[in-house]
Structures are given as structure tokens and as C-alpha cells.
Design a protein. Structure first.
Ligand code: PBG
Length: 325
């Protein structure tokens, strides 16, 4: 009988040390961007039922949260604001003393080394819950751009280090870049939610941010989950308009898109591990159906392997703890 000829792949897996030597992808605490929901009011620490471990925090509670974040070695946070009053044009988004602006001041004062990334959108601030202004049931593109640019400038004035526009109006990077430059903020980078799908995975976030659309859906501005080439067109135009980072969102069902974007464009790629992805893991873990720690680290690794340089994730604090073990 002929001798069998085959390759022994198991040689490189035989013990933990050799596995570590040949490991191709590493998740580090420096990769994480931790989303925080800041709410107007006092003494508020509101748990989000669909996102165990995540809370809406008033400014007086933010210090404790930041102490924890910093102690864990997390270097950047992403701020979402929940205002007391909403109106048709989202005025609180660009109010110089709006909730995100005040949270930014507080963080930059107490923790100057932490990167504050401001989510720039209108949906948390409009009474109709859409990301742009509305006329006769239509979400208007160009009039929304002025408001977004105003929001970005006001966030930069408050000390935001990076502007992250998420509203998916066409031209938002161009409008925000122009607005920032004219206001003297040419050094503030734009982390664009260039590739953002109209996804059911945002469900729990809309509870957390109180930003569910009051009529219709976001399909006329966010992308169709069925499309791949469109993601490259979106990323391309944002690059031309001056994006410094490209976000792909959601992550888990879109790892193919993340890899495409990484291969195509020479900027840091950011994965947004969104609320619904987090909630699914939490729910299964609470039922004892999965091993949370191993699953979370596997998920975060898959995003890095798909090409993400940074990961926005609600798991950041837990993952930071696990990585330090
Ligand atoms: C605002 C915004 C959303 C998310 C981030 N920024 C919600 C949406 O577009 O409806 C979702 C984040 C998450 O699900 O964790 N436009």
C-alpha cells in the first residue's frame, strides 16, 4: 500500500505557546470605542432593558462611568445624547449647551487624554425621530446638511476630538468638512458612517436613545442590506469628500463588506458592533446557552480579521477586563 501524503497543520496548534506564535489577529483594548448615552436631567442611571449592562446616564453620573472606562484602559468614547425637549428641526443637537456638548466639556476637563467622538445625527433630537428635516412626509437632503454642519461645529467647539456623522444624507461629509474648516477646526477628523445599512439590528439602540422614527422607516437614506457594490460607492464618495475613517455598520452580518472596504480604501476602517448584536449575545448568555466571554472575544476577533482597525462596541468594558486577565 502507498504511504499517505498529507500536510500536518496540527503541528502549529499543538500547544498554547505555538498557537500564540502563529496567531494572525489580535484584539487589544486600544481597538475599542465605548458608546455612552448621556441624558439631560439629574441623578439618572436608567438601565436599558434590551441592553443589559448599558444605562442612560445624567452628567452627574458620567464621572463614575468615566473613572471605570479609564481604569480599564479604554481610550475613546462615542457620545449619544438624549435631550429633554425634541422639536421638528432637532435644535438641541446644535445647541451650544446641548447634552452632548456638556458631556464633552465634562470629559475633556476631567479626562483630557480620552478621545471624545461625537455622534452627529438629528434622530435623537427630532420629534419625528428621523435623521433629517421633513416636509410633507419626505426626509429632505440638502436642508438637513446645514443643520448637521452646525451640529458638528458646536460639538467641536465643546471639545470633541472626532466628529462621527451617522445620518446618511448625501453630502454630509462635504458639508461637515466645510463647516469645520470655516470655523477653524481643520484638524478635527471625520469618522464617517459611510456604509450604514437600514438594519433591524439597531432596534435596542432606538430604545436606548429614544430615536425610533415616528412614521415610516429609514430605507430612503440607509442602505439596502442586499447590496455590496453600493457600499463601495458610499465609501468612495465619503473618501472624496474628506472622510478620515470609514465605519461599516452593523458588523456581524456585514463582515464581507468590511473586508471589501478595507481592501479598497486606504483609511482606518471602524466596525460598529451594534446594539442588536450585543443584545443577542447578552440574552443567550443570560439563559446560559452560550459562554459569553469566549463568544464576545471570538466576535471581536472576527471583526479585526475582516479588516477593522477599531471597534465600536458595548462589550468594551467587559472585553477590556477579559483581555487583562
Ligand atoms: C443614529 C444612530 C443609530 C445608531 C447609531 N447612530 C440608529 C439608527 O440609525 O437608527 C445605531 C447604533 C446601534 O444600534 O448600536 N442615526
Amino acid at each position: 500500500m502507498n504511504e499517505l501524503q498529507f500536510k500536518r497543520h496540527r503541528r502549529l496548534r499543538s500547544n498554547a505557546t505555538i498557537r500564540a506564535m502563529v496567531r494572525e489577529t489580535h484584539v487589544k483594548v486600544e481597538d475599542f470605542i465605548y458608546p455612552i448615552f448621556v441624558v439631560e436631567g439629574e441623578n439618572i442611571k436608567n438601565p436599558i432593558p434590551s441592553m443589559p449592562g448599558v444605562e442612560q446616564l445624567s452628567l452627574d453620573q458620567l464621572k463614575t462611568e468615566m473613572d471605570e472606562v479609564v481604569a480599564l484602559g479604554i481610550k475613546s468614547v462615542l457620545l449619544f445624547g438624549i435631550p429633554l425637549v425634541k422639536d421638528a428641526v432637532g435644535s438641541e443637537a446644535y445647541h451650544d449647551h446641548g447634552i452632548v456638548q456638556e458631556a464633552t466639556r465634562l470629559i475633556k476637563e476631567g479626562y483630557p487624554e480620552v478621545m471624545v467622538i461625537a455622534d452627529t445625527c438629528l434622530c435623537e433630537y427630532t420629534d419625528h425621530g428621523h435623521c433629517g428635516v421633513i416636509e410633507e412626509g419626505k426626509i429632505l437632503n440638502d436642508p438637513s446638511l446645514d443643520l448637521l454642519a452646525r451640529t458638528a461645529v458646536s460639538q467641536a467647539k465643546a471639545g470633541a476630538d472626532i466628529i462621527a456623522p451617522s445620518n446618511m444624507m448625501d453630502g454630509f461629509v462635504a458639508a461637515i468638512r466645510k463647516g469645520l474648516d470655516e470655523a477653524g477646526f481643520e484638524d478635527i477628523p471625520i469618522m464617517s458612517y459611510a456604509v450604514k445599512y437600514a438594519s433591524a439590528f439597531y432596534g435596542p439602540f432606538r430604545d436606548a436613545a429614544g430615536s425610533a422614527p415616528q412614521f415610516g422607516d429609514r430605507k430612503s437614506y440607509q442602505m439596502d442590506p442586499a447590496n455590496r457594490l453600493e457600499a463601495l460607492r458610499e465609501a468612495q464618495s465619503d473618501m472624496e469628500e474628506g472622510a478620515d475613517f470609514i465605519i461599516v455598520k452593523p458588523s456581524l452580518s456585514y463582515l464581507d463588506i468590511m473586508r471589501d472596504v478595507k481592501n479598497e480604501f486606504n483609511v482606518p476602517v471602524v466596525a460598529y458592533n451594534v446594539s442588536g448584536e450585543y443584545s443577542m449575545v447578552k440574552a443567550a448568555a443570560q439563559n446560559g446557552w452560550i459562554d459569553e466571554k469566549t463568544i464576545v472575544l471570538e466576535i471581536l476577533t472576527s471583526m479585526k480579521r475582516a479588516g477593522a482597525d477599531l471597534i465600536m462596541t458595548y462589550h468594551a468594558k467587559d472585553a477590556a477586563r477579559w483581555l487583562a486577565e
